[in-house]
Design a protein around this ligand. Structure first.
Ligand SMILES: [Zn+2]
Ligand SMILES: [Zn+2]
Ligand SMILES: [Zn+2]
Length: 288
């Protein structure tokens, strides 16, 4: 199982375009891993998590093709995670030769929100209408919280996020054969109900990816995002609960400028606290 980060930035990207703060100014100067597109990942070459506004430019930058993607797990419909253009442009009117139908997966709230956005953007009709699905070469799958379903050869479970501005936001547990990834952005502190269900599910993760919008010295904000201290605490709890494999790793993503250092410095800090910092183009191969 391979996991590739297409983007690791928060909503405004990093550096934030109009920001003159030290972190953003330094990120522009140093470049490289400090330049972050909006967050999304691909697993192997066929599963995308979040069809966000930067997936195309990320695929150009990292020499990746998205033409084999046939599953999209959508965490929620915030604009930094969903760009309707990539759905609409699947239509034959765009001359797009789609080799595989796309199975678009999300909570009922997310699918309804996406349907509204696509409806305002085009006249192709509702994504719930079979005729529209045929025209856009896509199907939709609504997942309930904690429901596990097989999507292709992936075992997928939607876990409720604590991200109140977008009702129905999901984090995803994604398993294939004996490997498992927990993709955990955008969320604030996980609820006790979530911990109970994670314990019941009993999946032991190779890779835990967590929201790290706020950096060092920042606390999570209720119904919003995590800070560095929360990532440390969540990583520790996954380990102590036996939910992270002995050789499992924790990576931070969805990084903003608030309290976050230059990438290498931040990664060094993270390394001393039990996690690592992802960067755009990072590819992790889960083995063993
Ligand atoms: Zn976001
Ligand atoms: Zn800034
Ligand atoms: Zn969000």
């Amino acid at each position: 199982m391979q996991v590739t980060f297409l983007g690791t930035g928060a909503a405004p990207a990093m550096p934030s375009p109009f920001c003159a703060c030290y972190v953003c100014t330094n990120a522009r100067r140093v470049g490289g891993k400090n330049l972050r597109r909006r967050s999304s990942i691909i697993i192997n070459d066929d599963l995308l998590v979040d069809i966000g506004p930067d997936i195309a430019t990320a695929s150009f930058a990292h020499g990746l093709s998205l033409a084999c993607i046939n599953v999209c797990l959508q965490t929620h419909a915030h604009e930094d995670h969903f760009d309707a253009e990539f759905i609409v442009s699947r239509h034959a009117e765009y001359g797009t030769e789609v080799s595989r139908d796309l199975l678009f997966v999300g909570s009922s709230e997310t699918l309804r929100a996406v349907d509204g956005i696509v409806g305002r953007r085009s006249s192709y009709g509702s994504i719930f209408d079979p005729n529209t699905q045929t025209a856009l070469k896509m199907n939709v799958l609504c997942v309930a919280p904690y429901e596990t379903c097989m999507v292709g050869n992936y075992r997928v479970t939607g876990i409720p996020a604590n991200h109140g501005t977008a009702q129905g936001s999901l984090l995803y547990s994604i398993e294939q054969e004996n490997h498992a990834v927990f993709y955990g952005t955008d969320t604030s502190v996980l609820s006790e109900e979530v911990w109970e269900h994670l314990t019941l599910l009993g999946t032991r993760y190779d890779l835990l990816v967590l929201d790290h919008t706020y950096g060092i010295g920042f606390d999570s904000r209720p119904a919003d995002h995590l800070g560095s201290g929360d990532v440390i605490a969540h990583g520790d709890r996954f380990r102590e609960s036996g939910l992270l494999k002995d050789n499992g790793i924790v990576y931070a993503t969805h990084i903003s400028h608030e309290g976050n250092l230059e990438h290498d410095e931040l990664d060094e800090y993270a390394g001393r606290h039990g996690y690592r910092v992802a960067f755009d183009g990072l590819r992790l191969v889960l083995e063993g």
